[in-house]
Design a protein around this ligand. Structure first.
Ligand code: GLY
Length: 366
């Protein structure tokens, strides 16, 4: 019996399946909900040079076995530094050169950057074609491949140009994680911890018990990824275009993003920054009396158990504070915080007095 995990993101006519399991690429014709998207379909594979080199052949074979006809492929240069208009235009050019038509399917095969840039190419080419997200990093599996956010960075900030374009399906093959470094895996695990705090206390317990050993157990990992994606699906179903509660998914990203900017991209992983941000949000929630005493310690213990650094030592608090005020989640120069009410419950859009944030920044974050 297959130990695949599956769930649906229910958005009316934009609903889609998410399938999580090991070795899915090798058995695409048998994967319920995905096989039907591929059979007899013309597909275009959008990837990056690293993922294409490591796993492109396996994907190509899987697609052929599932009865899809690959009409073209394009690999962008890898990494956040290439999440720009030039890479997007590279996908557009390759799609049009391949003779893409409205009924074709773009397969976005890579981590969060490929998912976002290729997803945006799918959203815009011929005014929109279907996209199948095939994430290859844990971060993309538990967060960015689900929910339909696509886009590119601009010199004024990350993800400032983009569109909501829900995928037709998501295939998360855990076997692809085998080529990731431990640090990259941990970067994704921070988003699982975030999901647990936002709405799944049982997942939090599981992560507490297993610690980072969970990343080495494919069955347990598939279950945890499924739970994290289920939480995300619930939030997105309630607020697809982030006019309200979807902002919950920014837990840890307010302070985390500021630390990431100040440390310099590449010097710290997104997950390390988010972990610091989650620890900070927990401390802030407790300082403000918005959660029971002891929650911040419990969160910090879990983050430590996974081996995340809890402080961005050496970063000047004033610089982090400036970066906070320039974050795009800031409205009118005032950061809006996601705070923790308890393990499994959070609130969004909270304004916190400057002096409380500033004091806590130097006490617990930098
Ligand atoms: N990664 C946050 C969101 O999808 O809304």
């Amino acid at each position: 019996m297959s130990s695949d995990q599956r769930l649906g993101v229910n958005l009316g006519e934009r609903s889609y399946p998410v399938v999580i399991g090991s070795g899915l690429l090798q058995r695409l014709p048998q994967v319920d909900g995905i096989a039907g998207l591929l059979r007899g379909r013309r597909v275009f594979v959008a990837t990056d040079e690293t993922v294409g080199g490591l796993h492109g052949a396996a994907l190509g074979e899987g697609l052929a076995e599932a009865g899809a006809k690959t009409i073209g492929r394009h690999a962008m240069a890898p990494g956040e530094a290439h999440k720009h208009l030039g890479s997007l235009a590279g996908y557009w050019d390759a799609l049009l050169t391949a003779g893409v038509e409205r009924g074709d399917l773009l397969v976005a095969f890579g981590g969060g950057v490929v998912g976002d840039v290729a997803g945006f190419a799918a959203a815009t080419c011929l005014r929109g074609i279907d996209v199948l997200q095939v994430p290859t990093t844990l971060l993309a599996m538990v967060d960015s491949s689900v929910g339909g956010k696509t886009g590119i960075d601009h010199e004024r900030g990350k993800n400032l140009i983009g569109a909501f374009h829900q995928p037709a399906g998501v295939v998360a093959d855990l076997e692809l994680l085998g080529t990731l470094s431990r640090r990259e895996l941990l970067s994704g695990a921070a988003e699982m911890i975030k999901a647990a705090i936002l709405g799944d206390p049982a997942l939090f317990d599981l992560l507490e018990q297993a610690g980072s050993a969970l990343l080495d157990d494919p069955t347990a990992l598939a279950g945890a990824v499924q739970r994290a994606v289920a939480l995300k699906a619930r939030v997105v179903e309630g607020d697809e275009r982030e006019s309200g509660q979807r902002a919950l998914l920014n837990l840890g990203h307010t302070a985390g993003h500021a630390v990431e900017v100040c440390a310099g991209y590449g010097n710290i992983t997104h997950g390390e920054a988010v972990a610091m941000g989650i620890g900070f949000a927990a401390a802030l929630s407790e300082r403000l009396g918005r959660c029971p005493g002891g929650v911040a310690r419990r969160v910090a213990n879990l983050l430590e158990k996974f081996g995340y650094p809890l402080r961005g030592r050496g970063l000047p608090a004033e610089k982090v504070w400036e970066a906070l005020r320039h974050d795009k989640k800031t409205r009118g120069g005032v950061p809006k915080w996601v705070l923790i009410r308890d393990i499994g419950e959070a609130e969004w859009g909270v304004e916190v007095p400057d002096e409380v944030v500033a004091d806590l920044l130097s006490e617990v974050l930098v």
